[in-house]
Design a protein around this ligand. Structure first.
Ligand SMILES: Nc1nc2c(c(=O)[nH]1)N[C@H]1C(S)=C(S)[C@@H](COP(=O)(O)OP(=O)(O)OC[C@H]3O[C@@H](n4cnc5c(=O)[nH]c(N)nc54)[C@H](O)[C@@H]3O)O[C@H]1N2
Ligand SMILES: Nc1nc2c(c(=O)[nH]1)N[C@H]1C(S)=C(S)[C@@H](COP(=O)(O)OP(=O)(O)OC[C@H]3O[C@@H](n4cnc5c(=O)[nH]c(N)nc54)[C@H](O)[C@@H]3O)O[C@H]1N2
Ligand code: SF4
Ligand SMILES: [Mo]
Length: 707
C-alpha cells in the first residue's frame, strides 16, 4: 500500500517534523500519529524539494526506537564501582541536586575549568544541542572544541573557496556528470542519490564514485574508482595534470578566478597519471578516462563527502579534489561546481541560546577528539590547565565513538572524575557514569534544525508526549543553572519555543507558530552567489590553489589559544599527495577504515532489533586472497591490532576491496565485541594538521587469526 492509501485508510493524523540525527540530509518528515503517545511509520515529506519523499529505512522504522522497551525512564545513581553496572533509581530532584553538588565541589577544588560539558550532534536541534554552551559560558567551564566530524573536511574546503557553501544541491539533477567523492551516499545520505539518479534518468548523466571499497554507492556508479586509502590528493593532481596537458583546463576561468594557475600548472608537471597510479593503485588508463570525462563535461557536479577526509592528510585531499573543479571551470554552469556543506549559508543567531555574550575568552577549550588524552591527564591535551574532574554529557557516546578507546575508558573509570550522562539509552558512555538522566527524543520536544547537505531550516515541534520520566536537554540545563546560581543570567529562563521565536524573528522568518504552518524555509542563495560568480570567499575573491594552511580563518578553526595542530609544517604549498597517513610497515601490513554501517547512525540505532539483525555482527571485510594467505575462512574470528590495542571481529571475504585494505563497517557497541572493546580501540587520537579532527579511516594494523 502506498503512503497516501495507508494514510487515507487509517485516517491517520500526520505530524510534521525534521530528522534530528547527525546526517547531512536533515530530512523533512511526515510522521503517522496513532495517538497522543504513539507513532506509526515515518515518511519523507514529498513537498520538500530536497527530501522529495525519501527517507532512510532506519528512520522510517522510528517507532522501533521511540517506543523501544529499553529506553531509559528513571534517573539512576551509581551503586558499587564504576562500570560494574549497579544502579539505584532516583527522583529528578535528588539526581540534579547531586550533580550540582559535585560540580560545585569540583569547582571549589580546581576552579571552573575542571568541569567539561561534552556534547555533540546526537540531536542537531539548535536549542537541545547547543543550550549546554549557555551553562558552560555562564559558569566559565572548559570549552568544547567539536572537531571529530567536520574539521578535516571543512578545513580543506575553506582553504580553497573561503566559504562553506556551494551550488544548490538540487542542481545535481541538472548535471551531466555527478562525481560522488568519498561519501557512501546510498548509506549515509540517501537523498544525494535521488537527485543524481534523476540526472541519469532525465539527461543520461554519468555517475562516478571514488571510494576505497565497492560499497553500496559504487554499485550504482557508471564509473567506479577504487583507490588506496589516503591517496585522493594524488588522483586529483594527476587529473589536473591531464586537464592542463590536453587543453581541457579553462584558462580564462583560471585567470579570472584563481590565485596562481601558472604556479599550479608548473607544480603539476611531474604529477603524471603514472605517478598517481603508483600511489593510488588505480591504472593510468582509469585516471585518464576520469580526467577526460570531467574535462569534457562542463556540467560536472563534484559532491565531496566527509569520508575521504578522515585521513591524516584529509584536509589536503579535500582541497586537492576541490581544486579540480576550479581547473575545469565547471563552477560557471548550472548543474556544475563543487559542493560539500551548506553550513555557511544557514546561519541562525544562536547568541541567546548559547549564551555567547557570557563567554570569557580566557577560558580554555579542550578538543573533543582528544578526550582520551584529556581524561588521562596528558599535559598538552589539558593546555596547562587543571585536570577534568566533572563532566556533563549530552547527545554523544564518546566511550564508543571517540578514538583511542582504551584511553577514553581508562579516563572515565578514574575515581576522581564525576560524570553525568543524559541519554535515551544505556550506552557505553552511560555505563561508565556516576549519574544517568533519561532524555526525551525529538518527537517529544520542540526544536529547529539546519540542513548541511541541503538548504533548508526546518521546524521539529513536539508531536507526542514522552513516557513518564525522560526530560529534555533544555530542562536539564535550566535546572542545573538554578542549582548552580546562574539562572538569572541572559538567555536563561526561556522556553524552547521562546528561543525558537527569537531565532526565527532575528532571521525574518516569523515565529514558532507561523513557521509551524510553513514547516521549513528554503535559504538557497541566488545562482551568482552559490556559484561564486562574483568571486570566492577570500578577501581577493580568488580560489586558492596555494592555501594559507595556518592563517586563513576557517569556520571551524580552533580558538587562538589552542594554536595549530599536528605536523602542519608538512602541509604542501599546492595540491599534492603527502604521506601524513599511517603508512603500512612490516608489523602493520594492512590499512583499516571504519566506514559507517547502513543500518546504524554512528552509535545510534545499534539498539533497534531490525538494524542489529541487518548488520549481523561486527565484521571485517577482507580480500579473499589476503584471507587465504592468513588462513582465514569465511566467518572466522579475526584479530585486528596495532600499537593502540587489538579487537576481534568476524572475517567476511569480499573481493570489492583492494588487497592490503580491510574495512570494519559501523561503530558497533563495545559490548557487541569480545572483551567489550569496540573498533575505536584501533583509531588514533593524535590531532591531524592543521586544525584537528579524527582520522578514523586511517589506521595501519596487523590482521591475524584470533587466538
Ligand atoms: N547509515 C549511516 N548514515 C550516516 C552515518 C552512519 O554512521 N550510518 N553517519 C552520519 C555522519 S555523523 C556523517 S559525518 C556522515 C558521513 O558520511 P560520508 O560523507 O559518507 O562519510 P563516511 O561515511 O565516513 O565515509 C564515506 C566513504 O568514504 C570512504 N573512504 C574512507 N577513506 C577514504 C579515502 O581515503 N578515500 C576515499 N575516496 N574514500 C574513503 C569510506 O570507506 C566510505 O565508503 O554520514 C551520516 N550518515
Ligand atoms: N570508528 C569510527 N568512529 C567514528 C566514526 C566513524 O566513521 N568510525 N564517525 C565519527 C563521526 S563522523 C561522528 S559525528 C561521531 C558521532 O558520534 P556520537 O556523537 O556519539 O553520535 P550519535 O550516535 O549520533 O549520537 C550519540 C547519542 O546521542 C543520543 N541522543 C540523541 N538525541 C538526544 C537528545 O535529544 N538528548 C540527549 N541527551 N541525547 C540524545 C543518542 O541516544 C546517542 O546515544 O562518531 C565518530 N566516530
Ligand atoms: S537520511 Fe539522514 S536525515 Fe534523512 S531520515 Fe535518514 S538519518 Fe535522517
Ligand atoms: Mo559525523
Amino acid at each position: 500500500m502506498n503512503q497516501h492509501a495507508r494514510i487515507a485508510q487509517a485516517k491517520l493524523r500526520i505530524g510534521h517534523s525534521a530528522c534530528p540525527h547527525d546526517c547531512p540530509s536533515t530530512c523533512a518528515l511526515d510522521v503517522e500519529l496513532l495517538d497522543e503517545r504513539t507513532i506509526g511509520r515515518v515518511h519523507g515529506a514529498k513537498a520538500n524539494t530536497y527530501t522529495a519523499g525519501v527517507v532512510c529505512a532506519k528512520v522510517a522504522r522510528y517507532a522501533d526506537r521511540v517506543h523501544h522497551p529499553d529506553r531509559l525512564l528513571k534517573p539512576l545513581v551509581r551503586l558499587g564501582a564504576k562500570g560494574e553496572g549497579g544502579w539505584k533509581e532516583s527522583s529528578w530532584e535528588a539526581a540534579l541536586d547531586l550533580v550540582a553538588e559535585k560540580f560545585i565541589a569540583a569547582e571549589g577544588k580546581y576552579g571552573g575549568e575542571t568541569v567539561w560539558p561534552y556534547f555533540y550532534a546526537g540531536t542537531m536541534g539548535l536549542v537541545q544541542r547547543d543550550g549546554i554552551n549557555r551553562l558552560r559560558h555562564a559558569k566559565k567551564y572548559s570549552g568544547f572544541f567539536g572537531s571529530i566530524c567536520t574539521n578535516l573536511a571543512w578545513t580543506g574546503w575553506m582553504m580553497g573557496t573561503g566559504k562553506l557553501a556551494g551550488p544548490d544541491p538540487r542542481e545535481m539533477a541538472k548535471s551531466d556528470c555527478v562525481v560522488i567523492w568519498g561519501t557512501n551516499a546510498v548509506v549515509t545520505q540517501v537523498n544525494v542519490m535521488t537527485h543524481a539518479i534523476h540526472a541519469r534518468k532525465q539527461r543520461g548523466a554519468k555517475i562516478v564514485v571514488i571510494d576505497i571499497y565497492d560499497n553500496a554507492t559504487m554499485k550504482q556508479a557508471d564509473m567506479g574508482l577504487l583507490l588506496k586509502p589516503g591517496t585522493d590528493g594524488a588522483l586529483a593532481c594527476a587529473v589536473m595534470h591531464i586537464l592542463f596537458r590536453d587543453g581541457l583546463a579553462d584558462r580564462d576561468y583560471l585567470e579570472k578566478y584563481t590565485d596562481d594557475p601558472k604556479g599550479l600548472e608548473a607544480h603539476l608537471a611531474d604529477r603524471t597519471p603514472e605517478w598517481a597510479a603508483a600511489i593510488t593503485g588505480l591504472s593510468a588508463a582509469e585516471i585518464e578516462a576520469f580526467a577526460r570525462l570531467v574535462g569534457t563535461t562542463k556540467r560536472t557536479f563534484f559532491r565531496l563527502g566527509y569520508g575521504f577526509s578522515r585521513q591524516r592528510n584529509g584536509a589536503v585531499n579535500m582541497h586537492a579534489a576541490l581544486s579540480v573543479a576550479a581547473v575545469t571551470g565547471c563552477w560557471q554552469y548550472e548543474g556544475g561546481g563543487a559542493f560539500h556543506s551548506n553550513s555557511g549559508i544557514l546561519k541562525l543567531n544562536t547568541d541567546l541560546v548559547e549564551g555567547s555574550r557570557l563567554r570569557d575568552p580566557d577560558i580554555r577549550y579542550l578538543d573533543q577528539s582528544r578526550i582520551g588524552p584529556v581524561l588521562t591527564g596528558a599535559a598538552d591535551a589539558l593546555f596547562g590547565g587543571p585536570p577534568v574532574t566533572a563532566m556533563l554529557i549530552q547527545n554523544t557516546n564518546p566511550a564508543n565513538v571517540a578514538p583511542e578507546q582504551r584511553l577514553v575508558k581508562r579516563g572515565f573509570l578514574r575515581d576522581d572524575l564525576f560524570t553525568c550522562v543524559h541519554e535515551q539509552f544505556m550506552t557505553d558512555t552511560a555505563k561508565l557514569a556516576d549519574v544517568v538522566l533519561p532524555a526525551t527524543m525529538f518527537l517529544e520536544h520542540d526544536d529547529i534544525y539546519k540542513g548541511g547537505g541541503n538548504q533548508h531550516v526546518t521546524l521539529g515541534p513536539k508531536l507526542i508526549d514522552p513516557p513518564e520520566g525522560p526530560r529534555t536537554n533544555h530542562f536539564v540545563i535550566e535546572e542545573l543553572a538554578k542549582r548552580l546560581g546562574v539562572a538569572d543570567r541572559p538567555g536563561f529562563g526561556l522556553t524552547e519555543r521562546e528561543h525558537i521565536d527569537i531565532m526565527l524573528e532575528k532571521k525574518g522568518l516569523g515565529s514558532f507558530d507561523t513557521f509551524r504552518e510553513r514547516r521549513w524555509a528554503d535559504l538557497q542563495p541566488e545562482f551568482e552567489a552559490a556559484h561564486f560568480v562574483k568571486g570566492f570567499g577570500h578577501p581577493d575573491g580568488k580560489y586558492r590553489f596555494r592555501p594559507d594552511w595556518t592563517g586563513t580563518p576557517a569556520s571551524n578553526r580552533p580558538p587562538k589559544s589552542m594554536g595549530i595542530f599536528g605536523p602542519h609544517q608538512r602541509l604542501p604549498e599546492f595540491p599534492d599527495h603527502v604521506d601524513l597517513i599511517e603508512v603500512t610497515d612490516a608489523e602493520h601490513p594492512f590499512r583499516l577504515a571504519t566506514s559507517p554501517a547502513r543500518n546504524f547512525l554512528n552509535s545510534s540505532f545499534t539498539e533497534t532489533p531490525v538494524s542489529i539483525a541487518r548488520e549481523i555482527r561486527p565484521q571485517l571485510l577482507i580480500h579473499p586472497e589476503d584471507a587465504e594467505t592468513l588462513g582465514l575462512g569465511e566467518g572466522a574470528r579475526v584479530e585486528v591490532g596495532n600499537r593502540r590495542g587489538e579487537v576481534v571481529l568476524h572475517a567476511k571475504l569480499f573481493d570489492g576491496v583492494r588487497r592490503g585494505v580491510v574495512i570494519a563497517e559501523g561503530v558497533w557497541p563495545n559490548s557487541a565485541h569480545e572483551r567489550g572493546e569496540g573498533i575505536n580501540v584501533l583509531t588514533g587520537a593524535d590531532a591531524p594538521a592543521p586544525y584537528g579532527g579524527a582520522a578514523v579511516h586511517d589506521n595501519k594494523v596487523w590482521v591475524r587469526v584470533a587466538a
